[in-house]
Ligand binder design. Structure first.
Ligand SMILES: Nc1ncnc2c1ncn2[C@@H]1O[C@H](COP(=O)(O)OP(=O)(O)OP(=O)(O)O)[C@@H](O)[C@H]1O
Length: 337
């Protein structure tokens, strides 16, 4: 494997231990963390509930002290960096329970410039340019002058990402930026972050539970399991070497196909064809307990004409147009289910 060059590294975590300490007890949550955060990559930080993702993100963003070990940013240890310099290095996006009061989306995004503006908040041309660039990149223009309490969760989430962009830091850290979003917005947010890492060279680290999206988009995963060091690797390696299975102990989800495991009721049918019609026919059959088997007695095929799909159960003289529901009913009758 080609080693990552040191000047491509935004942050190094050395023998880091994170957790909570009171006067009486020390409770380590994640230990022996040795990781590098490279520039220009989107890293998805994954692991089961309560494993310590937020704890680590808060620690490396400087809002919580490490229990031991080192966090090195751009060659300097974090405890030697002033809070002002930290604010120019890392922006943190916490998307849960956002309370932006009476501010408009534009005002929230402008807050991202706080490390750069003087106490009387005089925006320079550079500040205004950074704000406009953030608005453009996140496509927030259409609701930019609305109060934040008038925005949907997805719009608000984009505003918080825009604020981090306006802060213009080489590192962006996000804690579950796709929580509460619909599928389109989840895909939009993760694609936006991927594009930003690629086009701006920023190091972007996000905690997420979106296994399917992360497998398809992230440049790298950090995988945290209970009582084990965090593993770092590209998604495909972590699927094939079993690391993901081990960490999540997936039940009912087949990682090799990225789909829920199908229950077979012993009904076998052969399916011929290709394309997305094939995939959705297969989905309907498997979801209804059929197993696709080329040696099965009955074969389903389909043809396409004028945007209509017609399925046939070969040799049975049955033709069904545009509804898989009926196909399943016929097959169940044929196989006496
Ligand atoms: N302020 C705190 N004091 C003590 N323990 C805490 C504190 N905050 C969190 N914890 C504990 O630390 C552990 C890790 O919590 P954390 O929120 O970091 O996990 P997570 O991986 O982000 O979880 P999730 O996926 O559910 O968001 C949990 O056992 C939690 O109860």
């Amino acid at each position: 494997m080609i080693p990552i060059e040191n000047n491509d590294i935004a942050m190094i975590l050395k023998d880091l231990s994170v957790g909570y300490a009171s006067k009486k007890v020390v409770s380590p949550i994640l230990e022996e963390i040795n990781l590098k955060l490279p520039y220009g990559q989107l890293i998805c930080f994954m692991g089961p509930n309560g494993v310590g993702k937020s704890t680590l993100l808060r620690t490396i963003s400087g809002i919580q002290k490490p229990l031991s070990g080192q966090i090195v940013i751009d060659g300097r240890e974090v405890n030697q960096i002033t809070p002002e310099a930290m604010a120019k290095s890392i922006s943190l996006v916490l998307t849960d329970q956002i309370n932006a009061g009476n501010l408009t989306a534009r005002e929230v995004i402008a807050l991202g410039r706080y490390p750069y503006v003087s106490w009387n908040i005089n925006f320079s041309k550079k500040d205004l340019k950074a704000i406009e660039k953030a608005i453009k990149l996140t496509e927030t223009t259409s609701f930019i002058d609305r109060k934040t309490y008038e925005l949907s969760d997805g719009q608000l989430q984009k505003v918080m990402i825009a604020r981090a962009l306006a802060q213009d830091t080489p590192i962006i850290i996000l804690d579950e930026p796709t929580a509460h979003l619909d599928l389109n917005n989840r895909v939009a947010v993760i694609n936006l972050l991927k594009k930003l890492a690629e086009n701006t060279g920023k190091a972007i680290l996000m905690a997420t539970h979106e296994l399917d999206l992360a497998l398809q988009t992230a440049d790298r995963l950090w995988l945290a399991g209970f009582n084990a060091p965090i593993i770092s690797g590209i998604p495909e390696d972590l699927v094939l070497n079993g690391a993901i299975d081990k960490v999540f102990q997936l039940k009912g989800y087949d990682l090799r196909t990225g789909q829920l495991e199908k229950r077979s009721l012993g009904k076998k049918v052969n399916l011929s064809g290709q394309g997305h019609e094939y995939l959705w026919t297969k989905n309907a059959l498997e979801r209804n307990g059929f197993e696709i088997d080329s040696a099965a007695e009955h074969t389903v095929s389909f043809s396409l004409e004028n945007d209509e799909i017609t399925w046939q159960i070969e040799g049975e003289g049955i033709a069904i147009t545009n509804t898989l529901e009926e196909l399943v009913i016929h097959l169940n009758k044929l196989l006496k289910y």
